[in-house]
Write a protein that binds this ligand. Structure first.
Ligand code: MN
Length: 477
C-alpha cells in the first residue's frame, strides 16, 4: 500500500506544479466519475484546466494532444494501455486497465526516424497510478475513479467528499460482481467514505432498482441473477408477490425500500427455493444477496441514492454521447442536466427492451459451439453487447453469444458474451476477438468473458467460421 500511496503523492505533486492541465477521460460510468473527481480537484486548486471525454484513446487522439502540447495531460480511466504512444507528452495517468509494457517499444511509424524518436522519448515524462503495476487485479481491486480519488485525496483532504463518486465508478465497472462486494483497495475508499458519513453499505438484495422500481418490476427485469419463471414476465411477478401476501401497492407502487424486513426476508427465501427447485443451483441463488452501496447525501427513492442505479444513469449518458451531462450530475447539477440524464436513462431502458424483443423475434442462430444474431440497424451498436448479456442470462443451456450490429463508421460492430463456466474451462474471448478480427481485416479485444471487435461489412459469415473453430480448439485442447 505504501508504494501505491507514494505514487499517488508523486502524481499529486506533478499536478500541483502544472500551470494548465487537460483532463482526458472515458465515456462510461467509471470514466465520468473519474473525470468529475479530477475536475473538482483541479477546481479546488484553482487550476486552469479543461476536460474531454472520449470513447477510446487512440493514436489519433494522442497525436492531437501532442500538437496542442499542454503543460500536463491527466488521463483518467484510460491511458495505461497506450503509454508506448505517449513519447513527447508530459502526462499523468490514473487508470486500472492492463498497462502496455513499461519498456520502450518503438512504434512502427517511428522506426524510420529513430533519432527523433529517442529525442522525443527522452523528453517523455509519464507517471501512472495503476493497481496492475503493484501486483493487483485491476478488474476488482480498484477502478479508474478510485485511482483518481487517491490522487485527489493527496492534493486536498476536503476531497474525501468525492469518495462516493469513486464507489459509483467501481460499481459501474462491475467490480463488486464477482465477490458480491467490493474488495481490495476499494475497501479503503469504502471505509473512509463510511467514517465520514457519505456512504452506507450493508447486505441486501442485489437487484437493480431497489430504490426506484415497483417490486414486481424489479423482479421482472432482474438479470443478475435471472429468476426462473419470473424474469421477463410481469404477470408472473405480480402473482408471485400476491401469493406471498405482499401488497403491491399502498398509496403508490411499493418499492423494495418500502418493504418491511419480514417481507424482504420472505421474498428472498422464496426466490432461493424457486431457483433451487428449477434446478439452477446454489451459485445462482447466492447471487441474490450481496453488498449494496447507499449515497447518504442523495435523496431517497432517486436513482442517485444507490451506487448501481447512479452508475447506470451515467452509463446511459455515455452511451448516447452525452458524457458531459452525466459529468454535470456528478458535480451536483440536479436541475437541467439531471432531468436530461433521466430522459436518457428511460430511453436506454426502452431501447434495451426493444432490442431484446427484436432478437426474440428474429431468433438466435444456433451452431455447435456458439449462437449469434445480426441486429443490422435495429439495435444501437453501443447497447448490442448489453442485449447479448441479457439474452445469455435468460438461458439455461449456455453457448457464447456473438452479436453483430451496423456501426456508424461503416463497419460491423461485434460483441461477444460467454457463459462463465466456459471461461473457467479455458475459453478466452479477448484472444479470440483479437485474432479472429485480424484475420478478416478488423481489430478487437477485451476480457475473457466479454469482448468486442470491429470488422468490415460482409465478413460476418467468415468471422463466425473462424471464431467457432477457435472456440472448439480452445475447449478441446
Ligand atoms: Mn474503468
Amino acid at each position: 500500500m505504501n508504494e501505491f500511496l507514494k505514487r499517488a503523492k508523486e502524481i499529486a505533486l506533478k499536478i500541483r506544479d502544472a500551470e494548465r492541465i487537460v483532463v482526458v477521460s472515458h465515456i462510461d460510468a467509471d470514466g465520468i466519475t473519474a473525470g468529475s473527481i479530477a475536475s473538482r480537484t483541479l477546481e479546488r486548486l484553482g487550476k486552469d484546466f479543461r476536460i474531454e471525454f472520449v470513447k477510446q484513446l487512440d493514436k489519433k487522439k494522442i497525436d492531437e494532444l501532442k500538437d496542442e502540447n499542454p503543460p500536463l495531460v491527466w488521463f483518467t480511466d484510460l491511458g495505461s494501455g497506450m503509454i508506448h504512444e505517449m513519447y513527447g507528452l508530459n502526462a499523468v495517468i490514473t487508470d486500472h486497465h492492463v498497462p502496455s509494457s513499461q519498456d520502450v517499444i518503438v512504434p512502427k511509424h517511428a522506426r524510420k526516424d529513430l533519432r527523433t524518436f529517442f529525442e522525443e522519448m527522452s523528453k517523455t515524462d509519464v507517471l501512472q497510478l495503476n493497481p496492475h503495476i503493484f501486483g493487483r487485479d485491476g478488474a476488482v481491486d480498484i477502478s479508474g475513479a478510485g485511482t483518481t480519488y487517491f490522487v485527489a485525496r493527496e492534493l486536498d483532504r476536503r476531497n474525501v467528499d468525492l469518495a462516493p463518486l469513486a464507489i459509483v465508478g467501481a460499481v459501474g465497472d462491475l467490480q463488486d460482481s464477482e465477490y458480491l462486494r467490493l474488495i481490495g483497495t476499494n475497501r479503503l475508499i469504502l471505509k473512509e467514505a463510511k467514517e465520514w458519513g457519505y456512504i452506507d453499505y450493508f447486505l441486501d438484495a442485489r437487484f437493480f432498482g431497489r430504490e426506484t422500481r415497483p417490486v414486481y418490476k424489479m423482479l421482472q427485469y432482474s438479470t443478475d441473477p435471472i429468476l426462473p419463471t419470473l424474469t421477463g414476465d410481469e404477470r408472473a411477478c405480480m402473482n408471485f408477490l400476491r401469493n406471498l401476501g405482499i401488497p403491491l401497492k399502498r398509496e403508490n407502487w411499493r418499492r423494495w425500500i418500502d418493504l418491511s424486513f419480514e417481507e424482504k426476508r420472505l421474498i428472498l427465501s422464496e426466490l432461493v427455493k424457486l431457483i433451487l427447485r428449477m434446478g439452477y443451483g446454489h451459485e445462482l441463488a447466492s447471487r441474490l444477496i450481496g453488498e449494496v452501496y447507499i449515497l447518504k447525501n442523495e435523496e431517497r427513492g432517486t436513482p442517485l441514492r444507490d451506487a448501481k442505479e447512479f452508475a447506470t444513469l451515467l452509463n446511459a449518458c455515455g452511451r448516447y454521447k452525452n458524457a458531459i451531462i452525466g459529468y454535470n450530475v456528478c458535480l451536483g447539477d440536479r436541475d437541467s442536466s439531471y432531468k436530461e440524464a433521466l430522459r436518457m436513462l428511460n430511453r436506454h431502458r426502452r431501447n434495451l427492451v426493444e432490442g431484446l424483443n427484436f432478437v426474440k423475434e428474429i431468433g438466435l442462430i444456433k451452431r455447435e459451439y456458439l449462437q449469434y444474431f445480426h441486429a443490422g440497424d435495429r439495435i444501437n451498436e453501443n447497447i448490442v453487447g448489453i442485449v447479448a448479456s441479457m439474452l445469455l442470462s435468460e438461458e439455461k443451456e449456455q453457448l457464447p453469444i456473438i452479436a453483430f450490429a451496423n456501426s456508424e463508421d461503416g463497419n460491423i460492430k461485434v460483441s461477444v458474451r460467454s457463459p462463465r463456466a466456459l471461461v473457467n474451462q479455458g475459453l478466452d474471448f479477448s484472444i479470440i476477438m483479437k485474432e479472429a478480427s485480424a484475420k478478416v481485416g478488423g481489430y478487437g479485444g477485451g476480457h475473457n468473458i466479454a469482448a468486442g471487435a470491429s470488422i468490415p461489412r460482409g465478413k460476418e459469415e467468415e468471422f463466425i467460421e473462424i471464431v467457432e473453430k477457435m472456440i472448439k480448439d480452445m475447449l478441446t485442447k
